[in-house]
Design a protein around this ligand. Structure first.
Ligand code: ZN
Length: 330
């Protein structure tokens, strides 16, 4: 799995910004301190010690005692410099840059491997980018209240809606927190207000947390973006972004305008991602018959045939929340 190009670039820039800031701060400190006449001679002692050690070694013979003297002098100069800095009210104790991460010195890599600080930045930037795409606050599974789902036995379900939804939620939680490219495509269907968008956003947040490059959006918004690219800017790359991301979540299929361009763009996304083996999650209020009617055989057969169906049941949660608040406020 990989983050988008934009995320890597933003993180590289952030690391560079940190590194440059630390180095500039060190240079400014040195310039300030050099106004004190005691500093330059101490710097000369420290700077010269490496050269003197090398000379002692090259001379041969018993260099050890000579090296010990040089080292002691250098240590003493260092301590004196630290004391002078303290005198001037500086918090630093040397002229070495104070990097944000001492492990990688803000380069982002340790022994050729991505540093923990860089991994954290990547996750943060990916989450920010996801929020930019969704324009919504990301949800968590914890904030979905199962008590809004009816707990009476439903013959068609073979259990209560609450029990059915508990199972759906557990599966979706697993899907997000263990996200992998080998995960199946999901078709979340059910009436308005049964939690499909909430669960989609929670999956998005969990998968993003795992380092997946997730793009989330309403079908209407994303297809509109593709259309605007198609008839507008030649350098735009919405279609490629939607095809390449690790997980694409298309919310609210069936509420977008109907147009030949939209249908063909939708097919490109569904089919293209299927061929590349990248999972897609689609949520919709439409049932299978309506999907066939709206989108035709090509799209419907893929959604019905190869997507794992998850049924969202129950009464409109938003309506119920409003009612509860109304009664609570009396
Ligand atoms: Zn680091």
């Amino acid at each position: 799995m990989s983050y988008s190009k934009e995320v890597y670039e933003a993180v590289t820039q952030e690391l560079q910004r940190r590194r440059v800031a630390a180095e500039q701060e060190a240079a400014a400190l040195r310039a300030r301190m050099r106004r004190d006449p005691r500093v330059l001679p101490l710097e000369a002692v420290m700077a010269g010690s490496m050269r003197r050690v090398a000379q002692a070694v090259l001379k041969g013979g018993n260099a050890e005692s000579e090296i010990a003297v040089i080292r002691a002098e250098s240590q003493k100069a260092k301590a004196e410099l630290a004391a002078i800095m303290k005198e001037h009210g500086e918090t630093a104790t040397s002229f070495s840059p104070r990097y944000t991460c001492s492990q990688c010195e803000d380069t982002g890599f340790v022994n050729g491997r991505s540093c923990a600080c860089r991994n954290t930045l990547l996750r943060e930037h990916a989450a920010a980018e996801l929020r930019r795409w969704t324009g919504m606050k990301l949800c968590s599974f914890e904030t979905l209240d199962l008590s809004f789902y009816d707990n009476t036995f439903d013959e068609r379900l073979g259990c209560s809606p609450r029990e059915a939804m508990k199972e759906v939620l557990e599966y979706c939680r697993w899907y997000g927190t263990h996200f992998a490219l080998s995960h199946p495509n999901l078709l979340l269907s059910g009436p308005t207000g049964t939690g499909k968008t909430h669960v989609s956003l929670a999956i998005a947040a969990a998968a993003c947390d795992r380092g997946a490059n997730v793009v989330y959006g309403s079908v209407q918004a994303l297809l509109h973006k593709m259309e605007a690219d198609h008839f507008g800017r030649a350098d735009a790359h919405t279609e490629q972004t939607l095809l390449d991301c690790d997980l694409l979540i298309l919310d609210d299929l069936g509420t977008e305008f109907s147009s030949p361009f939209y249908t063909s763009a939708l097919y490109t996304l569904i089919n293209g991602r299927m061929l590349e083996g990248r999972p897609t999650i689609i949520s919709t209020n439409l049932d299978a018959a309506a999907i066939y009617e709206h989108y035709g055989e090509q799209i419907a057969s893929r959604l019905i045939g190869t997507y794992e169906p998850l049924l969202f049941v129950g009464r409109d949660v938003r309506q119920q929340k409003l009612q509860r608040r109304y009664h609570a406020e009396g």
